[in-house]
Write a protein that binds this ligand. Structure first.
Ligand SMILES: CC(C)(COP(=O)(O)OP(=O)(O)OC[C@H]1O[C@@H](n2cnc3c(N)ncnc32)[C@H](O)[C@@H]1OP(=O)(O)O)[C@@H](O)C(=O)NCCC(=O)NCCS
Length: 195
């Protein structure tokens, strides 16, 4: 796995690996049901201890090169805005694929910071990191069908619908929900960049 330098910078944000200093902000964001309800992998209820585990897992995944879980910090105010993640499922502890050039994109923005274009801005930078620094070939993201904001983030980045009607069983229990999996190939990203 090539070395990736942090922080990354966008016009309004710094992107840097999560650390213990993010505990309170991580807890506040993911304990908010209006955010958590869209995230099938999240532990629930999300306690301060869940935040500690979340950050520790992010740090060990980063050390193994299995995932980049990044805090988004507003440059002007130093406020925590949210997270963006890139996982390499072939490097998971229990991998479901051996495709080492596949990445999985994820993001969440704290409720009070939503609607400002931060998810789109951060995700664009991580997509670039995936296709340049990490030399990945394809990215995927699965979005629940009524998550219009998340779908828009992906469409703006030129992701296309790959598999509709994917069943997602939330980690916190309850019935399976329907999502759509979107994909972005490196070639489509390149042509999208120049359009
Ligand atoms: C999805 C999420 C990350 C979007 O973050 P954001 O910073 O508000 O997104 P942006 O401001 O970049 O907006 C992206 C697009 O969604 C649209 N949008 C934002 N909120 C919306 C809403 N509530 N309903 C419909 N569209 C919405 C924006 O208008 C924008 O569309 P445009 O490109 O046509 O202008 C944020 O809503 C969130 O954290 N949701 C909970 C967690 C989540 O769903 N994560 C993704 C799981 S797949």
């Amino acid at each position: 796995m090539p070395e990736v330098a942090f922080p990354r910078q966008t016009s309004r944000l710094f992107l840097r690996p999560l650390g213990p200093e993010d505990r309170e902000a991580i807890h506040r964001m993911y304990a908010d049901w209006s955010v958590a309800k869209w995230l099938s992998r999240l532990q629930w209820p999300f306690t301060p201890e869940s935040a500690d585990t979340f950050i520790a897992d992010a740090q060990s995944d980063l050390a193994r090169g299995a995932a980049f879980f990044l805090a988004l910090i507003q440059r002007a105010t130093c406020a925590f805005v949210g997270t963006v993640s890139l996982r390499l499922p072939a490097l998971d502890a229990e991998p479901w694929t051996d495709d080492r050039r596949l990445g999985i994109l994820g993001y969440a923005i704290a409720r009070e910071q939503q609607g400002n274009g931060f998810a789109s801005e951060a995700a664009a930078t991580v997509v670039e990191l995936a296709f340049t620094d990490l030399d990945l070939q394809r990215l995927r993201a699965t979005v629940l069908q009524d998550n219009i904001a998340s779908r828009r983030v992906l469409e703006r980045l030129h992701f296309r619908l790959w598999r509709p009607d994917v069943r997602e069983v939330p980690r916190y229990g309850g019935p399976a929900r329907l999502g759509n999996t979107f994909i972005l190939d490196r070639a489509d990203w390149r042509s999208g960049e120049s359009s």
